[in-house]
Ligand binder design. Structure first.
Ligand code: ADP
Ligand code: ZN
Length: 606
């Protein structure tokens, strides 16, 4: 019964015919009054998890969201779908605030977006206390945790929401959280034995490609021209200076670019973000300050010219590609310089030692993703504790020639760890492998072991790579964070017995962009003419309404229209992303264009 009603809301209001991932289960859990933690990859559809129950419930749904631009986009999107929503934050004029509050008091809105700062204190806190709140959703919930990668002070007081609204269930949502961050979120938000849902992190439409830096500008230019000449994309750099330089150099090479970083004024930032949202075929070169507010679903590539500091960041940033589910590329180049720069940044912050340890570990994992000879996707997913098969679509899968069998080396490392008692860190293990006669080894008599010096012919760096990869694939683990001592895992026996392969990547010559796979070539749509016409119509409507084109319809909806060729509003409602409000507002215009197209193309056939 409830299920049918929820499904109805999803279809009527949002135009989706079915829930995906764990959306249904998450919504049911929250409607049963349980605190709920939902981990869903970027682009997975987290908003539906609180927007649908918001429409189903009597009271108001409070949505805590960290970024003002994000709130703004969400509210516009909801209004486009015929749902009344408002936001309250520090950027508003007194008048806009009053207007929003009036709507809330008159029960004209179902969703209220608020920023975390000031939420709990002063006037706003008191105002909210008096409302009939049925659900609290906390978006980007990993910001509450020091273990996460985007800790925000504003989030730390959100636990107090439980004092104000002890009976109201909390839904915490995030795209990236390892198990430690997960439990920390639950703890910080004082959730009562939360139901936890972890959706798959797999983004099968994204092709991962990581290579060594030679000449970054030429590599990037070539990558874009060969694979994404007509597309919109994001290029991430570490520093402002580099952002400006690359934006200019790319423009000189004939690309349409905008630059975006935290050094711009708020007006400039807004202008650049808007340009990115509205234009076709545009490349934004940006620091990671550009990101959280991006809702554009048709970003076809995300390129990294500098290494992100963790796999969480990499995953989140690359996740901005292909939210519409169409083939997209995550492309990155890296070099030794990145490692030095990032390590330096990390070591020179005033953060405490335990934070630094976590950060070091995260950086190491990021490096192993670069160095692995295994499928990138598989490695990425295994970091999020998800098992998977080789994807046959990343550079490792497509260029297996650049790898070699590392089994014997891996076994050597495991033997040394085992024989020395599983109490030492990587440095010591490498010393034993390489026959180093340092005092510590001699004191302990480890020079007498049969494994002493079994890896003497290879470099320190080589053994570090083997160790990182073993760590990354869970053949070994860090037993003690303080001493970074390494231990064997339940999986290591398989490798010692040679029952599983251990493939390594040749790090010197892995530069060239992976071969183009038939799979990833932009999906051919037979009705390209129609698609272009619909896109033009969308652009006109967007201009008229002063909203970004994708707010009208995503590419996916346009493709769907080309496939279905709907003849009337009933059929139009079958199109992915078309709910009643959009059908009423735009149905006629789109149906007309489709009708004209069908007429002329059937004449052509005759
Ligand atoms: P997230 O916040 O998880 O990054 P969003 O909530 O912005 O993702 O949703 C990403 C995209 O997925 C949006 O374009 C949304 O319309 C679409 N979407 C969400 N749920 C569904 C669904 N059940 N079926 C199809 N598309 C969906
Ligand atoms: Zn792969």
């Amino acid at each position: 019964m409830r299920d049918a009603q929820l499904q109805e809301i999803l279809k009527q209001t949002f135009g989706h015919s079915d829930f995906r991932f764990d959306q249904r289960e998450i919504i049911n859990s929250i409607l049963d009054g349980k605190d709920t933690l939902a981990i869903m990859p970027t682009g997975g559809g987290k908003s539906v998890c609180y927007q649908v129950p918001a429409l189903f419930s009597d009271g108001i749904t409070l949505v805590v969201s960290p970024l003002i631009s994000l709130m703004h986009d969400q509210v516009i999107n909801l209004q486009e779908n015929g749902v009344e929503a408002v936001y309250l934050n520090s950027s508003q004029s007194a008048q806009a605030k009053r207007l929003a509050e009036e709507k809330i008091v008159n029960k004209e809105v179902k969703l209220v977006y608020v920023s975390p700062e000031g939420l709990l204190s002063g006037y706003l806190g008191n105002f909210l206390k008096g409302l009939n709140v049925s659900l609290i959703a906390i978006d980007e919930a990993h910001c509450v945790s020091q273990w996460g990668h985007e800790f925000r002070k504003d989030y730390t007081r959100l636990g107090e929401l439980k004092d104000i609204f002890p009976e109201v269930p909390i839904l915490a949502l995030t795209a990236t959280a390892d198990s430690r961050t997960r439990s920390d979120i639950a703890y910080q938000l004082r959730m009562n034995s939360p139901e936890i849902f972890v959706s798959s992190f797999d983004r099968p439409n994204i092709k991962y490609n990581i290579c060594e830096r030679k000449n970054e500008l030429l590599q990037l230019d070539r990558f874009i021209k060969e694979h994404h000449a007509k597309d919109t994309g994001i290029v991430y750099c570490l520093s402002r200076k580099k952002v400006e330089r690359i934006a200019k150099e790319l423009a000189d090479l004939g690309h349409k670019t905008v630059a975006y970083h935290a050094g711009l004024s708020p007006e400039e930032r807004e202008r650049e973000q808007e340009a990115f949202n509205k234009e076709e075929k545009i490349i934004v070169v940006a620091t990671i300050a550009f990101g959280m507010g991006i809702d554009r679903p048709d970003v076809r590539f995300v390129a990294h010219l500098d290494l992100p500091k963790s796999i969480e960041s990499y995953y989140q940033e690359t996740g901005r590609a292909g939210r519409d589910g169409k083939p997209s590329t995550a492309w990155m180049i890296y070099g030794l310089q990145d490692v030095i720069k990032l390590t330096q940044m990390l070591e020179t912050t005033d953060a405490n030692e335990s934070y630094k340890k976590v950060a070091r570990h995260k950086l190491d994992s990021m490096l192993s993703l670069c160095e692995t000879g295994q499928c990138r996707r598989k490695t990425l997913l295994s970091y999020f504790e998800e098992e998977s098969q080789d994807c046959q679509n990343c550079d490792s899968c497509l260029n297996p020639g650049e790898t070699f069998d590392g089994m014997i080396d891996a076994q050597k490392v495991l033997s040394v760890i085992f024989k020395t008692g599983q109490i030492f860190g990587a440095g010591y293990i490498v010393d034993v492998l390489r026959k180093s006669k340092n005092a510590k080894i001699l004191d302990r008599g480890h020079d007498k072991l049969s494994v002493f010096g079994i890896g003497a012919e290879k470099s320190k760096n080589h053994w570090n790579v083997v160790l990182r990869q073993l760590l990354n694939l869970n053949y070994i683990y860090i037993k003690n964070w303080e001493y970074r001592s390494l231990g064997l895992t339940a999986k290591s026996a398989e490798l010692l017995k040679g029952q599983v392969p251990f493939i390594m990547r040749e790090t010197k010559e892995n530069l060239i962009v992976a071969k183009r796979s038939a799979k990833t070539i932009e999906a051919n749509h037979d009705r390209l003419d129609l698609f272009n016409q619909l896109r033009e119509l969308r652009r006109e409507l967007a201009e008229e309404k002063k909203v970004p084109p994708y707010v009208i319809f995503g590419d996916k909806s346009l493709h769907d229209m080309c496939q279905l060729l709907p003849r009337n509003t009933d059929e139009f409602l079958l199109v992915n992303g078309v709910g009643e409000s959009k059908c009423t507002n735009y149905g006629e215009a789109f149906l007309k264009t489709i009708h004209q197209y069908s007429q002329t193309s059937s004449q052509n056939i005759l």
